[in-house]
Design a binder for this molecule. Structure first.
Ligand code: ADP
Ligand code: MG
Length: 321
């Protein structure tokens, strides 16, 4: 199977494209027709074997995750997905692998009306780079920089489960089979909060998705918004879905704050928007938890029920640290 046969067989699909895609796969460029009054929201994420996934990972899960992490960035900005490109470096044209990868990729793409409109295919170490294109009404994108002291901080879903699974798969801890199974779903098949992000436009003052761990990611939001934050340790301890009962609070906090690969949304909103935030969560079918608030004093403070500041250093994933 040659390069063009591979593209035709696994990635070119007849019909059903998002109407914004005026021209899809097959020419030198694809053409994307933006809706008047909107801005294009664009983001790229690369997944590298051995760095972002294990060599033996299920290709269907990998296809899902490669797009999910990109859709999560659109969600964070409150953008509606339109289309994406796929740059793929493959060691060989393995039919079973390609079939599984395409199945996982297109199941998620179709669920969000997001069309594969082009890409590049080359032989090399396994490496998957997707660029997504979404649209958002002009001036309404959710940014990291809009948070203000007094705003409440919220997160969607659960945190730390993906990290728990990663540590088990790396042999750093042992988990009962059913706990690993559930946590592994969170690691390998994250759910991008696409509809939640769009519902939060006009409600959240700042938002971002959590890919590297709450503590570090929140640090970026704090820096962009020019403020600090106080987080409630007792609430954070409840955010881990899997295995919570058999871990002490310090272990749960380390997973929740240092986690990574959660792909949940972190947002700030004025106290007066509490009901609107909760309604957005209900509409999107995702639980939202209030974890603390923004403060004028710079820095991140994690505080227990007695108001004592916990002195653990919580760090996030950094590829070059
Ligand atoms: P060019 O040489 O002009 O860059 P290519 O020969 O690499 O184009 O690709 C041919 C067509 O197939 C282009 O429209 C390109 O966007 C598309 N394409 C290549 N690889 C992929 C892929 N992995 N997924 C989707 N479309 C692809
Ligand atoms: Mg060309």
């Amino acid at each position: 199977m040659g390069e063009f046969e591979l593209i035709r067989r696994y990635f070119q699909r007849p019909g059903g494209a998002n109407p914004a895609v005026a021209l899809g796969i097959g020419d030198d460029c694809a053409l994307l027709q933006a809706t008047p009054g909107t801005q294009l929201a664009i983001s790229s994420d690369m997944l590298v074997e051995g760095r972002h996934f294990f060599p033996d990972v299920d290709p269907e899960a990998l296809g899902h995750k490669a797009l999910a992490v990109n859709l999560s960035d659109l969600a964070a900005c409150g953008a509606r997905p339109l289309a994406f490109t796929l740059a793929l470096s493959l060691p060989r044209a393995d039919e079973a692998w390609l079939e599984g990868f395409a199945r996982g990729l297109f199941a998620l793409a179709d669920a969000h009306g997001c069309t594969l409109m082009g890409g590049d295919t080359t032989r090399g170490p396994l490496n998957i780079c997707i660029t997504v294109f979404g649209e958002v009404p002009s001036g309404q994108a959710l940014l990291r920089s809009g948070g203000r002291p007094g705003d409440e901080l919220w997160v969607s879903g659960t945190l730390g489960d993906a990290r728990l699974a990663l540590e088990a798969l790396q042999g750093k801890r042992s988990l009962p089979a059913e706990v690993l199974q559930a946590a592994r779903q969170r690691l390998e098949r994250p759910t991008p909060r696409v509809s939640l992000g769009q519902s939060l436009r006009g409600i959240a003052t700042a938002a971002m998705d959590l890919s590297d761990g709450l503590a570090g990611d929140l640090g970026h939001l704090l820096q962009a918004s020019g403020c600090g934050a106080r987080l409630d340790a007792a609430v954070l301890g409840t955010l881990l879905a899997a295995h919570a009962a058999s871990l002490d609070e310090a272990a749960r906090l380390a997973l929740v704050l240092g986690g990574g690969d959660d792909y949940e949304l972190l947002l700030s909103a004025p106290v007066a928007q509490q009901a609107a935030v909760q309604a957005a969560g209900r509409a999107a079918g995702v639980p939202l938890t209030r974890i603390g608030r923004l403060e004028a004093e710079p820095g991140l403070r994690v505080v227990d029920a007695q108001g004592r500041q916990l002195d653990g250093r919580y760090t996030s994933y950094d590829h070059f640290a």
